[in-house]
Design a protein. Structure first.
Length: 278
């Protein structure tokens, strides 16, 4: 038995469709799955319906892109089991518009260096709610200018000082947590070590954060142990998953390769039930 509470589909920046994802999860023996596409609940809502047909337990989720302006950083917030997902639509639309504006600008910049067209990028973004750097890189691979998504060309274009990099404006994570709670969702800080969110985690643990993602492929065993100790002290939920993106990932990362222990899946579900009763 295994549970993967963090995965992405074509609806955001993954390379696999929802039907195939669920079919693969069943083949892998995954018992509980959460589709957490970036800044859209469309994938999760559809996954719940398909999961019921396939006899797979699906936890409704979404990964929200946020900022930590006090530390000039960014952070990702996982929202699970939202009672009224439509209350997040305005937020998702706003983030999506900012992302689309930045992506269009990035495509224009890339076209200064490589003879690709916007249509080539759009083709790879078919089915997604937006354009991502992965879609641009896929177009460059088609054109023969790159041999991988996250290789030297990616670093040159979209690295820290990349020639085509455009920053995206994201909302303050504190405001987003409040919105998630108002929509009846559970707020979990995703992969805190990936974005150096240790200080932010300390702060949010005192301000209503419900949980933290402990099991993630980008976090070391030592970091996991530190998060387990911290979560226990602060009475936070602990979640985990593979952060699956299919071929759109820096390292080989199979669905279910990083799992959330069953007792913590149960704790998440019980927490939700208690909130409903409370």
């Amino acid at each position: 038995m295994a549970s993967d509470l963090h995965c992405h589909t074509k609806i955001s920046d993954g390379s696999m469709g929802i039907d195939d994802l669920i079919a693969m999860a069943k083949r892998r023996g995954i018992t509980t799955l959460s589709v957490t596409d970036h800044d859209t609940t469309a994938g999760a809502t559809r996954a719940v319906i398909i999961g019921k047909r396939q006899g797979l337990n699906i936890i409704h989720g979404v990964e929200l892109s946020t900022a930590d302006p006090e530390r000039n950083g960014k952070a990702h917030l996982l929202c699970y089991m939202c009672d009224t997902p439509d209350r997040l639509e305005g937020l998702c639309k706003s983030i999506g518009e900012n992302r689309k504006k930045a992506a269009n600008d990035m495509v224009r910049r890339v076209m200064r260096y490589y003879p690709i067209t916007p249509e080539m990028v759009v083709r790879h973004a078919t089915g997604s709610t937006n354009f991502y750097k992965q879609h641009i890189m896929h177009a460059l691979m088609d054109a023969g200018y790159a041999d991988s998504i996250f290789g030297d060309v990616y670093k040159k274009l979209f690295g820290e000082n990349g020639s085509a990099r455009v920053e995206i404006a994201y909302p303050d994570i504190r405001d987003v947590i409040d919105l998630v709670h108002s929509a009846g969702g559970i707020a979990v800080l995703a992969h805190p070590y990936l974005y150096n969110n240790e200080a932010l985690l300390e702060e949010l643990a005192e301000k209503g954060l419900d949980g933290v993602e402990v099991w993630h492929p980008a976090q070391t065993e030592e970091q996991r142990e530190q998060l387990i100790d911290f979560a226990a002290k602060k009475n936070l939920l602990m979640t985990g998953g593979s952060d699956f993106h299919g071929m759109y990932t820096r390292t080989t990362r199979a669905l279910g390769s990083t799992a959330c222990p069953e007792e913590h899946v149960a704790a998440l579900l019980n927490y939700k039930e208690k909130k409903k009763r409370g």
